[in-house]
Design a protein around this ligand. Structure first.
Ligand SMILES: [Zn+2]
Length: 154
């Protein structure tokens, strides 16, 4: 991971790391309103999805969909919100947010004003959730996305 002075996501993982390789990591975000919230973070500074080559873009989205699948299987949410904003950090990243009818912002985005609602707790201790997500990611992602990157032309 290239460390750049003043970059929060170079100096901190941004949550509990559940899967990682040289190119990307999946973390559980510590959000008291959304304890199942995951984030898929590209390790390097890349601004836009279109700046990644096709192979890396595909690897990143495979990780996003694997995280989505883990959330669906473990939490059975009413919806999973996938969002890539990236206005605050130079790291491409995707938010993977389990949503439930009646959660504090439903049906608005989690960044909107609160509508009331209630926290929907995890159906298991948070550490167990992290282990289950990690196991699901390990089962559906290769050990490293680097294995799928074609070698550079000679
Ligand atoms: Zn950085």
């Amino acid at each position: 991971m290239s460390d750049v002075d003043g970059c929060e996501l170079c100096s901190n993982p941004g949550g509990d790391v559940l899967w990682s390789d040289r190119r990307l990591r999946v973390v559980r975000v510590d959000d008291p309103d959304y304890p199942g919230f995951l984030r898929v973070i590209w390790q390097g500074h890349v601004r836009e999805m279109g700046d990644l080559d096709r192979v890396h873009r595909s690897c990143l989205m495979d990780a996003v969909f694997a995280a989505e699948r883990a959330v669906v299987e473990l939490l059975r949410p009413d919806k999973v919100n996938l969002a890539s904003l990236g206005n605050m950090t130079p790291h491409l990243h995707w938010h993977v947010i389990p949503r439930f009818r009646g959660d504090p912002h439903f049906p608005d985005p989690v960044w909107a004003a609160r509508r009331g609602g209630r926290l929907v707790p995890l159906p298991m201790p948070v550490a167990a959730y992290g282990r289950e997500v990690a196991a699901s990611l390990a089962a559906s992602l290769p050990a490293s996305i680097d294995v799928r990157v074609p070698p550079a032309a000679a």
